[in-house]
Ligand binder design. Structure first.
Ligand code: GLN
Length: 483
């Protein structure tokens, strides 16, 4: 069955002419057509668009110009701009908007013959942790369809877990790649801030946002990272460095490495079942020859509160462009201001409006110093504290999410609980370091994610460590009970 294969395996079979690119695209499109109604991963699937791209990929193969992922389909979070294909951010305010250009990541995928496979569901404008804030539909967790896949990149994560696509692209502002990867039992990797161009990603919190891959193995995620990362003059925050090198990912052993466990990430809020699995994984690391030390990073406890000043502040500014004039549908209203007001009132959902208001407040004269500036100071402190730890250790280990997948609707009335789900992931967005989540075991039949963090720019090292950890963990690549 083609859809069971890893991306690397599909790529090898295509290169060896055992499979054609069109055959691979059709297998995934057919599976989506048959089963996605039960999961709600995709907002848009354009069969002809995907098949066209598959045919172009096959031309590359036929000319001997293919790479390791040529012909491999990739699902895209619907906040990534796709030329000619609707891009909504799961918001009514962008319904019907068709970008006239490709995001850099999409352009690079096409150049490498990686096949775009439709647009996945998300929390509106990537604001959320459950994908329940989508204006259009629910997405269900492949391990238990009554449960959330996490968020905000829930559609992408569930798509990879449900074998609708071997790979997917997400975006991570406070954890939106790693947290849904954890809840869906797959690999999710947020590169160092600036290693992947954000050109064409609809901006949420520009100093925090980073695009990254989902896969069912670390190797697959690394291969996709190699395609989409690297210098890009169209994003001024993109670091002028080579793409993440996936070839370095295979080699290596864990013996002799040193890892830190920040005690602030193992606090009382951690679900006992999650704690047990993470501690078991840490024991495995010790057996593999990793020296594990306990550390304290006191500023971690301020992460969520600090994030909820900075992210809404940047969002309030970024989302000012949605006025009904330039993008998407337009509501009737009196004069220019009336049109803008009515469009925004009708187009944005509750969570997005709340954040625009909080962000506008935090940035307003008189409050800027008390909130925004103070938050930036905490951020600087956090960066210093993490840098100090990385002087002495190779990587940091923690849970990804404090709990496993929760029932859909279970946390709707508890916005604080939802926000606390990013407690362990937010620090990586604050200081830009790379982070990866992989499955380390199960609690009551639901996957538990292990988060690994490395110093900024140590992406290859992090992926190599993650690859070794994956091989050491018995449960890392177990599959959900899907049709
Ligand atoms: N859950 C966080 C939020 O709602 C992070 C979202 C994200 O990373 N895009 O802001």
């Amino acid at each position: 069955m083609i859809t069971r294969l890893s991306a690397a395996e599909i790529g090898r079979k295509i290169a060896a002419r055992e499979l054609s690119c069109v055959e691979v695209a059709e297998a995934h499109l057919d599976r989506i057509a048959k089963h996605d109604a039960d999961y709600g991963c995709f907002l848009t699937v354009d069969r002809e668009y995907t098949l066209d791209n598959a045919r172009r990929a096959q031309e590359l193969v036929d000319k001997g110009q293919g790479g390791p992922l040529t012909g491999v389909p990739v699902a895209l979070k619907d906040n990534i701009s796709t030329n000619g294909v609707e891009t909504t951010c799961a918001s009514k305010i962008l319904k019907g908007y068709v970008p006239p250009f490709d995001a850099t990541v999409v352009e690079r995928m096409k150049q490498a013959g990686v096949v775009p496979l439709g647009k996945t569901n998300l929390d509106e404008f990537a604001m959320g942790t459950s994908t329940e804030n989508s204006a259009f539909q629910l997405t269900r967790n492949p391990w238990d369809r009554d449960r959330s896949p996490g968020g905000s990149s829930g559609g992408s994560a569930a798509s990879v877990a449900a074998e609708f696509s071997p790979l997917a692209i997400g975006s991570d502002t406070g954890g939106s790649i790693r947290q849904p990867a954890s809840l869906c039992g797959i690999v999710g990797y947020k590169p160092t801030y600036g290693r992947c161009s954000r050109y064409g990603l609809v901006a949420f919190g520009s100093s925090l946002d980073q695009i990254g891959p989902f896969g069912r193995t670390v190797e697959d995620a690394a291969l996709l990272a190699e395609v989409v990362t690297g210098a890009d003059h169209r994003d001024s925050t993109c670091i002028p460095m080579d793409p993440v090198n996936a070839r370095e990912v295979k080699a290596g052993t864990l013996k002799g490495l040193k890892a830190a466990l920040p005690k602030e990430m193992f606090g009382e809020a951690l679900d006992p079942g999650v704690r047990a699995q993470v501690e078991k994984a840490v024991d495995t690391l010790r057996r593999e020859g990793v020296e594990v030390v306990d550390v304290s990073i006191p500023s971690i406890v301020f992460g969520v509160t600090t994030y909820y000043i900075i992210a809404p502040a940047e969002a309030s500014s970024n989302l000012a462009r949605f006025d009904g004039i330039r993008y998407g549908p337009r509501s009737d209203g009196k004069g220019h201001i009336g049109v803008v007001e009515r469009t925004r009132a009708q187009g944005f959902g509750h969570e997005v409006k709340a954040r625009i208001m909080i962000g506008t407040y935090a940035l307003s004269a008189g409050y800027y110093d008390a909130f925004y500036l103070r938050a930036q100071q905490v951020r600087a402190l956090m960066t210093q504290e993490f840098n100090r730890v990385f002087q002495d250790v190779d990587f940091i280990v923690s849970p990804t999410s404090p709990i496993t997948a929760f029932k859909i609707g279970e946390l709707t009335d508890d916005p604080l609980a939802l926000k606390m789900l990013d407690y362990c992931t937010i620090p990586a967005n604050m200081n830009g370091m790379p982070g990866i989540s992989l499955n380390c075991g199960f609690s009551n039949g639901l996957p538990v994610g292990l988060q690994l963090l490395a110093a900024p720019l140590q992406d290859e090292r992090l992926l190599q460590i993650a690859h070794c950890v994956e091989r050491a963990l018995a449960d890392a690549t177990q599959r959900p009970p899907i049709p």
